[in-house]
Design a binder for this molecule. Structure first.
Ligand SMILES: [Zn+2]
Length: 313
């Protein structure tokens, strides 16, 4: 059965007779009564299978389909990699060096490609090359113009979802490897030995926890978890254990006047906040059970006093 690609090849000479640059997607779609997307896909397939050329001309992004032996004019040919029609002085197959490198790469079989990649990777790891590459990169990076170029290139790449996914996958792969994790962990441990660094980290973490956003996030999380009875029990146990630990540590010590003042002030502030927010304040000593207990105890004391007075009298 004849495919759309075959049909396109059949009508290609007629189309190029009308338009010498080659056949556009619209030309093909109109002539063969097919959707433009199908025409485009079939044209790409013809290019990929090496049955036709898909070319473009300088200053335009438009693609044209031509026969393999199409005459582009004296000494002009289409780049084997990108299809750009260029003036070739020699037998060059590509319009530029980057295209030539990429084209060469696509012509390698997978084994050759693998071997070359391994070779290049191995070369990068050798100490003398490493030093040279580092020096080159540092020099590039300290030049403000070059630095901006690199940044602009990275921004552009990062904005492209495909490149972004590829990049982030490779970052994750490298950072998730056992060697990298070990390296990172060792580095962090060594840094943690530095008291100044440790202080700074602890202060930063504490400050981050105190921001209104962090507190709101934490309290929302807590409210959500609070719905789970198992979690609630676990939390209560941990709080109890923690407070016992703290109490045993503090047992026999006395708070300084500053600590007491700070505690009192914090309590007052919290009460004020609750009052301002309209949250009712319930104290343990105000619960009905405590009031009843207290009343009973007062009654008992009074009874005892009365009895003593009667006995003494
Ligand atoms: Zn090219």
């Amino acid at each position: 059965m004849k495919t759309l690609a075959d049909e396109i090849l059949d009508v290609l000479p007629a189309l190029t007779a009308q338009r010498p640059e080659g056949a556009t997607v619209e030309d093909v779609a109109n002539l063969l009564y097919v959707p433009a997307a199908n025409a485009r896909a079939a044209m790409k397939r013809l290019r990929d299978d090496g049955r036709a050329l898909l070319v473009r001309y300088p200053g335009s992004k438009r693609r044209y389909l031509t026969a393999l032996n199409h005459d582009f004019g004296p000494k002009r040919r289409a780049c084997a990699h990108c299809g750009l029609v260029f003036a070739a002085q020699s037998k060059r197959r590509c319009c530029s060096r980057p295209c030539s490198i990429r084209w060469g790469w696509t012509r390698l079989d997978p084994d050759q490609r693998e071997a070359r990649t391994a070779n290049a990777r191995e070369g990068c790891r050798r100490p003398e090359n490493r030093a040279r590459i580092t020096a080159q990169n540092l020099a590039r990076f300290s030049d403000p113009v070059e630095r901006e170029n690199i940044a602009a290139h990275n921004r552009k790449r990062w904005a492209d979802p495909v490149a972004r996914a590829k990049n982030s996958a490779s970052i994750q792969r490298v950072h998730g490897s056992p060697e990298y994790r070990k390296l990172y962990s060792d580095q962090r441990k060594a840094m943690w030995e530095d008291p100044e660094y440790r202080e700074r980290c602890i202060a930063a973490m504490a400050a981050a926890k105190r921001t209104p956003e962090a507190r709101a996030r934490f309290s929302a999380l807590l409210r959500e978890r609070w719905q789970d009875p198992a979690w609630r029990e676990k939390w209560a146990r941990a709080v109890k254990a923690n407070s016992e630990k703290g109490a045993s540590k503090l047992r026999g010590t006395k708070q300084t006047p500053e600590q007491v003042a700070k505690r009192v002030a914090a309590r007052k502030a919290s009460m004020e906040a609750r009052r301002a927010a309209g949250i009712p304040i319930t104290r343990a000593k105000d619960s009905p059970e405590t009031i009843a207990k207290r009343a009973a105890s007062i009654r008992e004391t009074n009874a005892r006093k009365r009895m003593a007075a009667e006995l003494g009298a």
